[in-house]
Write a protein that binds this ligand. Sequence first.
Ligand code: SF4
Length: 456
Amino acid sequence: MGLTGIQILAKLPKKNCNECGYPTCLAFAMKVAAGQAEITACPYVDPKVVEEIAEATAPPIRTVKLGGGDYIYSLGGETVLFRHEKRFENPPLIGTYISTNMDETEIARRIELYKRLIWDRIGIKLQPEVIFIQGKVDGSKFIDLVKRVREELPQKALILSADVPSLEKVLSFCEDFKPLLYGASIENYEEMFKLAKEKNVPLTLVANSLDELIELAEKGIQSGLKDLVLDSGALGVKELFEDLIIIRRAAIKKRFKPFGFPVITFPYRYTEDYLLESVLGGLLIAKYASIIIFSDLRAESLFNLLVERMNIFTDPQKPLVVEEGIYPINGPDEYSPVAITCNFALTYFIVKGEIEGSRVPTWLLIQNTDGLSVLTAWAAGKFGADSIAEFVKRCGIENKIKHRKLKIPGYLAGIKGELEEELPGWEIIVGPREASGLSVSLRKLYAELQELKKAS
Ligand code: SF4
């Protein structure tokens, strides 16, 4: 069981020195208990106590990391069964496989798909991020294939499946980019455990049943392996779901250590119909896969799966935001309209879309409102006349334009007078209440500004 904040407080030095970033040891202890702060942030705790607390407060499903440098991918780390209880932590990695059995055309096609299938949605990049590389023929082909994938797709997480000598050779040049090894079975676990330990890389346990999986996991834990991933080897869809739910429930509700690891799945094992495979993938995103390997990547279903994943794994307590700043849209110049709105991502992308559609060159000012929408931000005192005036003066828009006209959202009509007082020399123009009305009102303002330009 995890420790409570009070139990953690009892182990702290109680200096209330603020060096951990929290005003008191009690506040810090509460955050550690909630999993929102690391015990190592307090420099005065005895290392033995750090270990003890870290162990006791670790999530019931271990966080396993793949990749390296700027591309670290976290698996597992989950603490709840249902998203409404708290939130899900780490979205499942999605990808397909490339095999030494494939011909050059097929390998090139699959690599190309990884480069091409990337979408931008409300500022988030949606893309497949993991590749399962299978070595089926001889070791040298496998080594060449891994080298090629590393060169062409250096940011993608790797899962490597081959015989032990080939894996050993491959790890000599890519162990820094922590690949996941696949996999240790009841037949080969001793050599695979040895390799994973020597190279300090995560390892998949591949079993034929849950009982066998427990046996393998217990052996792995006993041998000192920490970063494990589970494959229960389910033969049918029903069995797969049962396994995934049993594993998650046992880990979270019972803190059953052998099941406290992320899980890898292969939906194509259960159907030859790509549509059904995609539907199955959609279910696995919600319950409870940590890695999903498809038979192929097809834009029409992959995009939907990535959006589903984004929605399920977005923290509902944290609004999506865009960065504060000046956003030029449609190539604005010194006589282009200036409009301002909040930094709630949905508002930004709707407003941006409308401005792009209007084709009016526009400077869009995005003010940091902590992700609150226009009216909520105004009600919270984060988007009133004083804060807008302060932002307009500070953001540098005055150096980019030769007029002083600012369009504010229609919902802020009530602050027009006050804002004009706060921004002397500026004319405040109240825009439409809905973004759909922006196009007409921007065109009107643009025409006025062009007259001003001619007269200047
Ligand atoms: S750094 Fe340690 S001693 Fe200081 S306030 Fe934080 S928890 Fe307390």
